[in-house]
Design a protein around this ligand. Sequence first.
Ligand code: CMX
Length: 137
Amino acid sequence: MIKRIHHIGIAVRNLKDSVAVYEKMLGNRAHIEDVPCQQVSEAIFRFGDEAEINLLEPMGPESSVAKFLEKRGEGLHHIALEVDDIDAELKAMQKKGFQLIDEEAREGVAGRIGFLHPKSAGGVLIELVQPRQEGEN
Ligand code: CMX
């Protein structure tokens, strides 16, 4: 089951500069985290239990976000939807005809994640995320 929008990912060239802009806009401080498995540095803006805004700066030229910035410039990179069972949802999406980037869920910042290809989702990269429960590593 899809429960809510978990976060919106925005690709930026310079995290420090963009954090300053978003902190000014949102009146909120970001939590900064490097995510080597996704090759990005992230600034995470939380609003209680509501959807987050995540700014993504590539860690190197091989990062998929670096390729995105080169082709499309800064802007909306992906929308993440929270699900209660990532394995079941990935299978269900594939059955419904969506092209999976991840056949199997992998570990992400917030929990177990899997991506749907933007080509099968109206040009938007969709991430499914099953958040880690408190106490889980
Ligand atoms: N949103 C919409 N379209 C996108 C896209 C995105 N984020 N990224 C790529 N595309 C488009 C490209 O513009 C291109 O379109 P055209 O063929 O019309 O030119 C097409 O998809 C293929 O793109 P590409 O540059 O050739 O890139 P790849 O096929 O090598 O990879 C993708 C694309 C989506 C499979 C890859 O970026 C991926 O696996 N992404 C998932 C992982 C990820 O993005 N992680 C970032 C951090 C996430 C996090 O921490 O939350």
